[in-house]
Design a protein around this ligand. Structure first.
Ligand code: E4P
Length: 215
């Protein structure tokens, strides 16, 4: 499973990218709204730094508007992925982009049938939202695993991005349940490094080293 970072904050992207673990970036309108910079300018910065897929979401709700917005976004850089909502209009736009060779990420996926539809419309990625399903007492992980099974049975090339990740446990579980990618907020990425025995081990190694020098 690969890691994307789920943020529009450039400092977070730079820091995570420097760790050598980031294969792409996802943004959404809520994440972009937190940043004090024009959307296209921020996308230029991100795509210049990260060579992998950078998802940029359209705002229009009709296919024509989505196609127009998506084509403009795709002009920013070759690694832009146009993010589209899981609606009939979103899938119309998705199939047009598939024919044009523009990568797509169909977002707000909450059922296996939605994922299947998006894959058939030619989506490059589908984004099932783990955390938001957990929030309403449903099982986000079994959704990931069901989609992974369906895509494997039918030899579908669409990749699964586990989205709406809230904790390190979500990462392990998404990897075990067949997600190709986990798009992960910066605070969760940082937590993945932590283990008390790692810190304790470093402390003990350094203490032993210092003691040896004073002999
Ligand atoms: C990413 O593609 C999604 O927009 C994001 O993971 C949603 O996360 P949230 O449910 O924490 O807002």
């Amino acid at each position: 499973m690969k890691f994307f970072i789920d943020t529009a904050n450039f400092e977070e992207i730079k820091e995570a990218h420097s760790w050598g673990i980031i294969s792409g970036v996802t943004t959404n309108p809520s994440l972009v709204a937190k940043e004090d910079v024009p959307f296209h300018d921020r996308l230029r910065e991100i795509t210049a730094l990260v060579p992998g897929s950078v998802s940029a979401e359209v705002i229009a709700l009709d296919a024509e508007g989505m196609i127009e917005e998506g084509r403009e976004l795709a002009k920013i850089a070759p690694n832009i992925t146009v993010k589209l909502p899981m609606t009939p209009e979103g899938l119309k736009a998705c199939s047009v982009f598939a024919q044009e060779g523009i990568k797509t990420n169909v977002t707000l996926i909450f059922s296996a049938n939605q994922a299947l539809l998006a894959a058939r419309a030619g989506a490059t990625y589908v984004s099932p939202f783990l955390g938001r399903l957990d929030d309403i007492g449903q099982d986000g992980l079994s959704l990931i695993s069901t989609i992974a099974d369906i895509f494997a049975i039918h030899d579908m090339k669409t990749e699964i991005i586990a989205a709406s990740i809230r904790s390190p446990q979500h990462i392990t579980d998404a990897a075990l349940n067949g997600a190709h990618i986990a798009t992960t907020p910066f605070n969760v990425l940082k937590q993945l490094f932590n283990h008390p025995l790692t810190d304790k081990g470093i402390e003990a190694f350094l203490a032993d080293w210092e003691a040896r020098k004073s002999k």
